[in-house]
Each structure stands twice: as structure tokens, then as C-alpha cells.
Design a protein around this ligand. Structure first.
Ligand SMILES: Cc1cc2nc3c(=O)[nH]c(=O)nc-3n(C[C@H](O)[C@H](O)[C@H](O)COP(=O)(O)OP(=O)(O)OC[C@H]3O[C@@H](n4cnc5c(N)ncnc54)[C@H](O)[C@@H]3O)c2cc1C
Length: 407
């Protein structure tokens, strides 16, 4: 069975249009910046500028309606865009906007007409970069335990509390954040989502010193931060989806939307590793000709390919508009755990060359060292694999032997 994408003549025409656009607008500097764990201010500005060009065509967030700044395109066109961007080393959006992806989906589904008109174009037209703020010093997997407080005062809410492990470098324009709006209600019935200005008085952002900030949807955030709210006043009109309805919205997003329609491209690791093993010769023989090394390479390929096939399955389900239950959690759990397996295999294959960036000994331009660090961070980002397993068990109706407090 052939699992490669095949396009109709019309889709092929669209693909050509995308290729022309990318050839005109993607510079070498833009491609190089996308591969960096941290980008400079100038490189970030270049990424935002490219995002704005994509948005002019409705290609930054292609599946949203045009009236809100999307492209009004189908899932297949969105995947063509994603696949061709990937071919030139980019992701869509071309800068970290995980909060924008989450906020857009939730505002589109749960927001009022006014909120859709006011908020969606900021994200979809690339005018605002958004961080999502859930995690707190005492709250990770068990996110319904958040403590950050939003107290109603007239037409405003006053925010107090702290978030951790959030965002990226080079700041944000907007925060999509969860806060408690009724301290007396039971958890899961006490919190609400806000789409707020990220630069209000009383907000303090401090970068955190981590092993790696990982990747989210193929993009390096560059850094993670703590954000403290000290009597931050926000208009009540920034509360989205109804007061104390935050848990329902969080479940909707984390369990059924992520990943939107599946990541159908193979991780960039494969090409780099295959090239490295073909081109590195020891005792007159290239690494890839060694039988043991070939075994390891194929094990890595199998894991990467299964991840891609889960993505294709998600896409097929999206195209058929089939409801998904356990499948999204399965795809995420598999990706996280298989990356860890791959990291172990990489170290077996390359030894300490996979763990250093020093100029003399690093392998693959330092990419393998960076991969080994980021897969550890990726285990937790967006929910751990254990939590994905809990979701699967619940969705499959198995288990119940132990109590699952994480919702
Ligand atoms: C690189 C990175 C990026 C991040 N980005 C963001 C962001 O942008 N915004 C944001 O809000 N947060 C972000 N986070 C935070 C992330 O969502 C949390 O780290 C994650 O939810 C896990 O929470 P925790 O770290 O508190 O670990 P805990 O929840 O304390 O978990 C500790 C261990 O216990 C296990 N565990 C917990 N509950 C269960 C359960 N019910 N069943 C079985 N095992 C369980 C976990 O799997 C884990 O192994 C990020 C984290 C990282 C590392």
C-alpha cells in the first residue's frame, strides 16, 4: 500500500503556486534561522515578516474562514502548504505561536461573534504572537489545580498569580491564559480562559534556565519563562467561552484538536542522520555500510515512519470529518516515547559525538546533541506521555483500577 500523498490536478496546481511563493520569499537566512534553537531579534523579525506575507494570502492559518483572516482552504491544501514549507526547512506558522494556534481554535469555537471579529484577525493575520499560559509552580499535568486568580471588579478582572514554563524568547503580544474565576466552586468548574494584552502594567516575565525549551509543532520556542501577575487589570470582554467554563474548553483543545490534522511530515532528523552515515567513512567504509549501524538506522526510520503514519491517519479522519476519540492522544504519546527511544539509539550509534557541540567532535552540525536534549523537554511539553495514556484509557473505556485525578 502506498502511503505517500497523491494530489488531484487541481491540488497539484495549488502546490505549484505554493512552490513559486516559497521560491520568491524564502531566503537562505530564513531557512538557517528555522534550524536554530535560538534566533536573534533580527531573525525573529524576519520570521514575523514572512508570517505576514503568508497571512496576506491567507496561508498563515489556511483552514480558517477568510472573513477572520484565514485562507478558507481545505485540509488537503493546508497539508500541501505544511509539506512544502517543511521541504524548505520551515514550519507553519514560521515562528513560535503555540498560543495563537490554541487561542484561535478555542475563540473560533467558543467565542462570541464580537470576540471572533476582534481577536481572530490579530492571530490569523500574523499581527499578534500569542503564548498559552496554563502551568504554574504547583500545577502541571493536573492543570485543573491552577491557583492564578481573576477577581471581578466592575467591568474588569484583576489578575494575580504566577505561571511557569511558558512562551518563548522575543516576547509576546497576547496571552491566552487560564485563571480561577470562582474560588468557591469545585475545581473543573472554577476557571475561565482570557485573551489578554501581554504588555500590561503588573506583568513580569523572567526567562527560565532550562536544559532545552524543546520544540512545539516543529518550531523552537528558544526559551521558556515564568510570568507573574501583580494586580493586572483586564477588561471582562477578554474572558472567552463563558465564566467558569475553562475546563470544558481545555479538554476540548487538549484532547480533540491537538494536533490539528496530524503532522504528516517526517522529522528532519532522518535526512541529517542518513547523510551523516553515508558521508562519514571509517577505515575506508562509510558508516551506513556497517551492518550493525544499518540495523540501528532502520529502527530509527521505523519509529519516525510510524509517527508520520499516525499523522496521516489523523488527516484522513479530518478529511472525513470523523470524530476522534483516543487517536490524538495515541499519536502524541507514541511520538514522545519513540523520540526517547531514538535518542538512545542515536547515542548507541554515535557515542559521545551525539552529546557534544564542540567544534572538533560534534556530529551533524550539533543537531544530534540538540535533538537529545530537546526530546527530554518534549516529553513534558503539552502534557506528558503518561497523561496521554490516561486520556487514551478513558477514551477507550479501559482501566478504572486506579483513580485518575488529572482529569
Ligand atoms: C519544554 C516545555 C515547554 C512547555 N511549554 C508550556 C507552555 O507553553 N505553556 C504551559 O502552560 N505549560 C508549558 N509547559 C509545562 C507542561 O505543560 C508541564 O511540564 C506538563 O504538563 C507536566 O507538568 P509538570 O512538569 O508539573 O509535571 P507533573 O505533572 O508534576 O508530572 C511529574 C511526573 O508524574 C507523571 N504524572 C502526572 N500525573 C499523572 C497521571 N495522572 N498519571 C500518570 N502519571 C502522571 C508525569 O507523567 C511525570 O512523569 C512546558 C513544559 C516544558 C518542559
Amino acid at each position: 500500500m502506498n502511503f505517500e500523498m497523491e494530489y488531484t490536478p487541481e491540488q497539484e496546481k495549488f502546490r505549484q503556486e505554493v512552490l513559486d511563493f516559497l521560491a520568491r520569499h524564502v531566503s537562505t537566512q530564513l531557512r538557517e534561522a528555522a534550524a536554530k534553537e535560538r534566533v536573534s531579534e533580527a531573525e525573529y523579525a524576519m520570521q514575523r515578516d514572512f508570517g505576514a506575507r503568508l497571512a496576506e494570502k491567507g496561508w498563515l492559518y489556511p483552514v480558517y474562514p477568510r472573513e477572520f483572516g484565514g485562507g478558507g482552504l481545505g485540509v488537503t491544501e493546508a497539508l500541501i502548504l505544511e509539506a512544502e514549507a517543511h521541504e524548505v526547512g520551515l514550519s507553519l506558522p514560521p515562528y513560535y505561536d503555540a498560543g495563537g494556534e490554541m487561542a484561535a481554535s478555542c475563540i473560533y469555537t467558543w467565542g462570541s461573534d464580537d470576540q471572533r471579529q476582534q481577536f481572530l484577525p490579530q492571530i490569523l493575520r500574523g499581527k499578534a504572537r500569542t503564548w498559552y499560559l496554563i502551568s504554574e509552580p504547583e500545577t502541571g499535568s493536573d492543570w485543573s489545580n491552577i491557583q492564578t486568580l481573576a477577581t471581578r471588579e466592575g467591568d474588569d478582572y484583576i489578575l494575580n498569580g504566577a505561571k511557569v514554563l511558558v512562551g518563548s524568547d522575543h516576547g509576546a503580544d497576547r496571552f491566552w491564559m487560564l485563571a480561577v474565576t470562582n474560588q468557591d466552586a469545585p475545581r473543573r468548574e472554577n476557571a475561565s480562559w482570557f485573551f489578554i494584552d501581554a504588555n500590561l502594567p503588573g506583568i513580569t516575565i523572567t526567562p527560565m534556565d532550562l536544559l532545552s525549551a524543546g520544540t512545539e509543532r516543529g518550531v523552537f520556542p528558544g526559551a521558556k519563562n515564568s510570568v507573574v501577575f501583580d494586580n493586572v487589570r483586564v477588561p471582562a470582554s477578554t474572558l472567552v467561552g463563558g465564566e467558569n467554563n475553562g475546563s470544558q474548553i481545555t479538554n476540548y483543545y487538549l484532547e480533540t484538536v491537538l494536533p490539528k490534522y496530524g503532522e504528516t511530515v517526517r522529522d528532519g532528523l532522518w535526512d541529517r542522520l542518513a547523510d551523516y552515515c553515508k558521508n562519514n567513512v571509517v577505515d575506508g567504509v562509510s558508516l551506513s555500510e556497517d551492518e550493525d549501524i544499518r540495523d540501528i538506522l532502520i529502527d530509527i526510520f521505523i519509529d519516525l515512519e510510524i509517527t508520520r503514519l499516525f499523522g496521516l491517519r489523523s488527516m484522513a479522519e479530518s478529511l472525513k470529518e470523523q470524530p476522534r476519540t483516543y487517536q490524538v492522544a495515541q499519536a502524541i504519546a507514541f511520538r514522545k516515547v519513540s523520540q526517547l527511544r531514538i535518542s538512545t539509539l542515536l547515542q548507541k550509534l554515535l557515542g559521545f559525538y551525539a552529546l557534544t557541540t564542540d567544534a572538533e567532535n560534534q556530529a551533524g552540525g550539533g543537531y544530534f546533541e540538540q535533538f537529545n536534549r530537546r526530546v527530554l523537554a518534549d516529553l513534558a511539553a503539552g502534557g506528558t506521555s503518561d497523561v496521554q495514556r490516561s486520556i487514551m484509557a478513558r477514551r477507550l473505556g479501559v482501566g478504572g483500577m486506579t483513580r485518575d485525578d488529572s482529569d
